[in-house]
Design a protein around this ligand. Structure first.
Ligand SMILES: CC(C)(COP(=O)(O)OP(=O)(O)OC[C@H]1O[C@@H](n2cnc3c(N)ncnc32)[C@H](O)[C@@H]1OP(=O)(O)O)[C@@H](O)C(=O)NCCC(=O)NCCS
Length: 152
C-alpha cells in the first residue's frame, strides 16, 4: 500500500471516512481544516486517515479507516505508523486519538501502536451524535482519549 497526502483539489474518500464516523457534518468540518492521507493499492484507495492540529504542538488523528475487504491485514497499523512518522518529522510533541468506549478492537490497535490512555470525555457521543451508536453489545457514549508522546 502506497500512502500519500491528497491534493487540495482532490475529493477525499467520503465512503471510507463515514465507516469511522457516521456524522457527515463532523467529518466535513475536520476534513476542511485537516490533512487527508490515503493508502492506495493498484490505483485504488483502500485506506484513509485525517490529522488535524488541535494545539500548537499537538496533532490529532480525527479519522482512520480501511476498506472492509482489506481489514485485518495490518493496513490500519501501517496507516497509524505513517501518521506517527509524519507527526514526529514535523516536530509535534504529541499525537492524539479518540475512540468510543465500545470500540474494543480499535482500543487494542491504538495501544499496540504505542498510544496510552490519557483521559475520558464523558458522554461525548451522546452530546455530539443524534442517533445512539451500538458496537460489540455496548452503547457508545464516552470518548476514550489516547496519546502517543514523542521523546524530546
Ligand atoms: C480500525 C481499522 C482502521 C483497523 O484497520 P485494520 O487494517 O483492520 O487493522 P489491522 O489489520 O492493522 O489490525 C491491527 C490490530 O487491530 C485489531 N483489530 C482492528 N480492528 C479489528 C476488528 N474489526 N476485529 C478484530 N480485530 C481488529 C486486530 O486484533 C489487530 O491486532 P493483531 O495484529 O494483534 O491481530 C479498521 O478496522 C476500520 O476501518 N474500521 C472501521 C472504521 C473505524 O472503526 N475506524 C476507527 C474509528 S475510532
Amino acid at each position: 500500500m502506497n500512502i500519500r497526502k491528497i491534493n487540495h483539489d482532490e475529493d477525499p474518500p467520503w465512503g471510507l471516512l463515514e465507516l469511522a464516523d457516521p456524522s457527515r457534518m463532523i467529518v466535513e468540518s475536520y476534513v476542511r481544516n485537516g490533512h487527508v492521507y490515503v493508502g492506495e493499492e493498484d490505483g485504488e484507495i483502500i485506506g484513509v486517515y485525517v490529522m488535524k492540529e488541535t494545539e500548537k504542538v499537538v496533532m490529532e488523528i480525527m479519522n482512520i479507516a480501511v476498506d472492509e475487504s482489506f481489514q485485518g491485514k495490518g493496513l490500519g497499523k501501517r496507516l497509524i505508523s505513517h501518521a506517527i512518522q509524519e507527526t514526529s518529522k514535523q516536530g509535534y510533541a504529541r499525537l492524539e486519538i479518540g475512540t468510543g468506549n465500545s470500540s474494543i478492537h480499535q482500543l487494542k490497535l491504538y495501544q499496540q501502536c504505542g498510544f496510552r490512555i490519557v483521559g475520558i470525555d464523558f458522554d461525548y457521543f451522546v452530546r455530539n451524535y443524534d442517533d445512539p451508536i451500538y458496537e460489540n453489545g455496548l452503547l457508545c457514549r464516552d470518548m476514550i482519549r489516547l496519546s502517543y508522546i514523542f521523546e524530546s
